[in-house]
Design a protein around this ligand. Structure first.
Ligand code: CA
Length: 233
């Protein structure tokens, strides 16, 4: 259920769409950014598990972006694969010394790139596909089954915990009650869909204290999601 996150910084839409399609098919969570300067800002909000970076970008070059990523503590160890065009071959060396972990020359074979991404993720941090999930001020440890909000421990019943973990695995995504039943209660459940509402209510009561924001969004006629707006706060 845990999907490694890949951030693609690429301004050629046809290529970024192709990459996205293939990465999603491989089970990754994908975010596309089409400007170097936007990527710098986004990386302050979220750190993916891998950065796929085009060399030539508007706003800020891939190489400069790479340098900045390496300078910040939070992203120092972030695996970076850089995409370059053949004509830029001579600059590859420069790139290597600036901190990209790997290079792929355009046009490249998609399966080969996918294999390199997988290998790099495996190498970079086996723990990263890991036990901790964080969204806004909420953090859960999947191994210990512990939940913290704003640093305090939140005690959840087993179903509320699983529900939260499920929602946190894909922030912003809206899950129908049926999907939540399948994901949390299991496919062979005989549970009424209203049960979901009951447990969402319990989860909310446990996790919201005082003026804290409601991390769960009710989407009328659809279901529930982990609140995007809350995440950006
Ligand atoms: Ca480009």
């Amino acid at each position: 259920m845990m999907h490694p996150k890949v951030m693609v910084v690429e301004d050629e839409e046809a290529l970024s769409e192709l990459l996205k399609y293939n990465l999603v098919a491989e089970g990754y969570e994908v975010e596309i950014i089409d400007r170097g300067d936007d990527a710098v800002l986004r990386l302050r909000e979220t750190v993916p598990d891998l950065l796929l970076l085009d060399w030539m970008l508007p706003g800020l070059s891939g190489i400069e972006l790479c340098r900045r990523v390496r300078m910040r503590k939070e992203t120092q160890a972030l695996p970076i694969i850089m995409l370059t065009a053949r004509s830029e071959e001579s600059e590859r060396i420069r790139g290597l010394s600036t901190g990209a972990d790997d290079f792929v020359v355009k046009p490249f074979s998609v399966p080969e790139l996918m294999a390199r991404i997988k290998a790099m993720l495996r190498r970079s941090n086996p723990n990263k596909v890991s036990s901790r999930l964080k969204a806004g001020d909420i953090e859960i440890d999947k191994e210990l089954h512990r939940t913290h909000r704003n640093g305090r421990e939140v005690r959840l019943g087993p179903t509320e915990y699983k529900l939260l973990e499920f929602l946190m695995s894909a922030p912003g995504r809206v899950f129908s009650r049926e999907q939540l039943l399948d994901g949390v209660w299991g496919r062979n459940n005989y549970v009424d869909e209203r049960t979901v509402d009951v447990h969402i209510g319990r989860l909310r009561r446990s996790i919201i204290r005082g003026k804290e924001k409601d991390p769960i969004r009710t989407v009328r006629g659809l279901g529930y999601s982990l609140n995007d707006k809350f995440l950006k706060a």
